[in-house]
Design a protein around this ligand. Sequence first.
Ligand code: ADP
Ligand code: MG
Length: 269
Amino acid sequence: MLDPTRSNDTKIVAVVNQKGGVGKTTTTINLAAAMVAEGKRVLMIDLDPQGNASTGMGIGADARELTTYELLLEDIDLREVIQETQTKNLMIVPATVDLSSADIELMANEKRSFLLHDALRQPMMDEFHFDYILIDCPPSLNLLTVNAMVAAHSVLVPLQSEFFALEGLSQLMLTIREVRQTANPNLRIEGVVLTMFDARNNLSQQVENDARENLGDIVFQTKIPRNVRVSEAPSFAMPVLDYDPNSKGALAYGELAREVIKKNAKLKA
Ligand code: ADP
Ligand code: MG
């Protein structure tokens, strides 16, 4: 039976930054796992042709027959494309390099910006009772990323605590504004999270000051520290919360999850 108190209550969050290597995939996996630890049911959508989120969750190449590509471009049963992971209540739609051609194939499609939006709003989605859907975007502001922004309720931006971190943010904000003006007027900014923060490094501190000064309270209080356990976890095919639950990285993602959940609870109230 469908529980009417929960259906349509799924929050869709796109994890976006057109720069590579800033912590999008790491944040998607570990925020998702941390939300699960808070009692939520979470789906990850791997929207990057590199498939790092899929690999990081231990979905091997042979288990990627049905992927985000089919979700976008074919009429497919959601139950076939959504896979369980080793972590209970954490599911994934994996990706392969096929997705790189989807970007071009999408161009020819009349509904090109709405494909992910429509796929995630099929009535069958209610059967899964997801509280959150996190979308791991590719390192670009291409049509795949636009699909994520059109499908999402909000955008979460990982910001690497490095020089030039804020560069490129204005381009990203411009894209968000365009999406709001056209396909998704209600798109919110969930927040900006500082990643790979190194408290011993003046530069990290300076990026934090700049971010808080320029972006104000959209910057999350939680900072994700640079932590070797975080970078090791994907090679063991698990979130850092499973790999080393007491590591600084795992604790920080736990904090971030609570901050996001609290924000959304306030919005609902
Ligand atoms: P993106 O998805 O934006 O390209 P990734 O999440 O793949 O970025 O992160 C880039 C690299 O940085 C990866 O090798 C990842 O393991 C590493 N990394 C990300 N966050 C942390 C962290 N908090 N501490 C240490 N290494 C990190
Ligand atoms: Mg990535």
